[in-house]
Ligand binder design. Structure first.
Ligand code: G6P
Length: 590
């Protein structure tokens, strides 16, 4: 979704900001803009709808001079996709520019009030009120900190913003309330962004702001305050992500690169601090009731975890969709444990589920990829995926990393320590599965013309059927449905006719024979069966052979060809798999 980048230092801000915007592209956006203050104390803004590359081509950008600036990628919420609605937004006298993520809930009321005092608004956004408010308060106070303290008292909602003022051309300011904001500490230059990836090429020393914190940055100084104006000392963190891990290397798309990275990612996920794993195990064993929550792909990982915890450790688990969490008001209590699963750690639905669970007294743990994210900070303990930045909008390596963490926890909870060592074979098994790429590409090129796909599997393969369908929808825009194989005959079989592709997830385990019968029922009605298994069968029209493995690992191995199918379906249909239309990597609105 929306992305913020800000710079103050000795270099020309616009090119650094543009680079930052390029790195924020993966979050999903529909317009972009940059604003700087020049030596004549004038604010200059270039913004438009469309891609960052289009912005980079604009001749006006060459004229953007200045050593302090802010930039933004916008994913429209309030107001259409127009250049007026793109950020930065200016105050009436063009003395303040702001970029903003999140939603100002009381913006209509504030706008009315400001208009009543003569302010003229240009955009339809909720964000613009911040620029006008800062201008008005600053005129009175002539002091940045007290202006910010006043302004944030007026704003309701979830937000992070950065602002520059002509009156203080060497300063950038920001505030955070329920939306991420990270400071990057450089040498005689400092950065402010919604995501450390934006400035990772310049510095890896960061300070994560917490809720209700303000920041004032100059090229030499960073000062952080709470909303009451008290100065706060916060430690800097060295982040492990390197610039290399954000490059596409030899791959045509990030998504393909990240699919390939899974052979290492599945092992990285196992490299956890033993004390944190013990903490999780104790918390699950000691809980009155265990709940899991997440959205999208992370929800599918949680569904699989439920089956693993139940079958390996006989621990019943309830999985609640984060976006539906409000339904469960009063259901959790002090004895409840909620494990929240999220790649980004910033998904608004997940964070609001966590807030609600805490309010009911529950303990919250999490499984997250993005270190320093809000979810990590809201959790009593976190197991990090350790799989590096995931840029492709559709989750791939973060999903299999989540599965590996759940495999490890389930085996620990079930006291099956002898099987734990088998998890380390996953790297080479995934490497074998990656060898299916040519076959999956060739098959997908033949069948991508179908309008509908079905994915079926039983037990632990059911969440993978859901995930296979989600991946195909997200990347290729082909309609797809995933379901429990046994449910086909209770309705969806009516949709099967000649040539309809049905992906059957059927490795050799306890579910094998029943799933094969379901595949035969489909075949008898003309369906085209794509079998994903370690055991061939004449029922399959297409056979994708994954390596034989300990049963607990099959979902991870199935994920690889399913992701490749979705990727090559997107390529065959000439869609960009990295940035699917209408979707965002990190959905920071409910
Ligand atoms: C968005 C993405 C999905 C992702 C979901 C949950 O909708 O497009 O691919 O699965 O968010 O994201 P999270 O970061 O919480 O795992």
């Amino acid at each position: 979704m929306c992305g913020i980048m800000g710079y103050v230092g000795g270099r020309e801000a616009s090119s650094i900001l543009l680079d930052g915007l390029r790195r924020l592209e993966y979050r999903g956006y529909d317009s972009a803009g940059i604003g700087t203050i020049d030596s004549k104390h004038k604010l200059n803004v270039v913004k438009d709808v469309g891609k960052v590359e289009q912005l980079a081509q604009k001749t006006e950008l060459g004229g953007l001079r200045g050593i302090a600036g802010i930039a933004h990628t916008r994913w429209a919420t309030h107001g259409g996709v127009t250049s007026e609605n793109a950020h930065p937004h200016l105050s009436c006298k063009q003395e303040v520019a702001i970029v903003h993520n999140g939603i100002i809930e009381n913006y209509l009321e504030l706008r009315q009030e400001l208009e009543g005092r003569g302010h003229r608004f240009i955009s339809e956004t909720d964000s613009e009120v911040i620029a006008h408010l800062i201008e008005e308060v600053y005129e009175r106070k002539k002091d940045l900190l007290s202006t910010l303290i006043d302004v944030v008292q007026r704003l309701k909602g979830a937000y992070a913003f950065a602002a520059i003022l002509v009156d203080a051309p060497n300063v950038m300011v920001g505030a955070r309330q329920d939306a991420p904001l990270v400071v990057g500490l450089g040498k005689s230059e400092n950065f402010l962004a919604s995501d450390a990836l934006a400035f990772i090429g310049n510095t890896d020393r960061v300070v994560f702001l917490d809720n209700r914190e303000l920041v004032l940055l100059t090229e030499k100084n960073v000062k952080i305050y709470d909303f009451a104006g008290n100065l706060i000392q916060k430690p800097a963190t060295q982040i492990a992500w390197e610039l290399g891990s954000v490059s596409r290397r030899e791959f045509e798309h990030y998504t393909l690169k990240e699919i390939h990275e899974q052979k290492d990612a599945v092992l990285q996920a196992l490299r956890q601090d033993p004390r944190s794993v013990d903490y999780f195990v104790d918390a699950v064993q000691g809980a009155g009731k265990v709940y899991l929550t997440g959205c999208g792909t992370s929800f599918h990982a949680a569904l699989l975890a439920k089956l693993l915890f139940t079958s390996y450790a006989k621990i019943p688990v309830e999985v609640l969709l984060s976006s539906e969490f409000e339904q469960y008001e009063g259901m959790l209590d002090e004895k409840s444990l909620l494990i929240a699963v999220s790649q980004s750690g910033e998904t608004a639905d997940v964070l609001s589920a966590v807030k609600a669970a805490k309010k009911m007294g529950a303990r919250v743990l999490s499984i997250v990829n993005a270190m320093g994210s809000t979810l990590v900070r809201e959790s009593a303990c976190t197991l990090l995926n350790n799989c590096g930045p995931e840029i492709g909008v559709a989750a791939t390596k973060s999903f299999t990393a989540q599965l590996m963490i759940f495999n490890m926890l389930a085996l620990r909870l079930g006291h099956r320590d002898d099987e734990l060592s088998e998890l380390w074979s996953t790297g080479s098994l995934v490497e074998k599965a990656l060898g299916l790429e040519d076959q999956v590409r060739e098959m997908t090129e033949r069948i991508h013309v179908a309008n509908d796909f079905y994915f079926v599997g039983r037990s632990i393969h059911h969440p993978l059927a859901l995930e296979g369908a989600l991946k195909l929808k997200e990347l290729s825009y082909i309609h797809a449905e995933g379901m429990a194989a046994g449910e086909l005959k209770h309705g969806s079989l009516a949709l099967i006719s000649e040539g309809v592709p049905v992906v059957v997830l059927n490795p050799e385990d306890a579910t094998y024979a029943d799933t094969l019968s379901n595949a035969s029922e489909v075949k008898a009605r003309g369906g085209r069966i794509i079998g994903v298994s370690n055991k061939p069968s004449k029922v399959y029209d297409e056979y994708i052979e994954i390596p034989a493995a300990p049963p607990v690992l099959y979902p991870v191995l199935e994920a690889v060809p399913l992701q490749m199918m979705a990727y090559y379906a997107a390529i065959s249909r000439q869609q960009n798999p990295d940035y699917p239309r209408n979707l965002a990597k990190s959905v920071t609105v409910k």
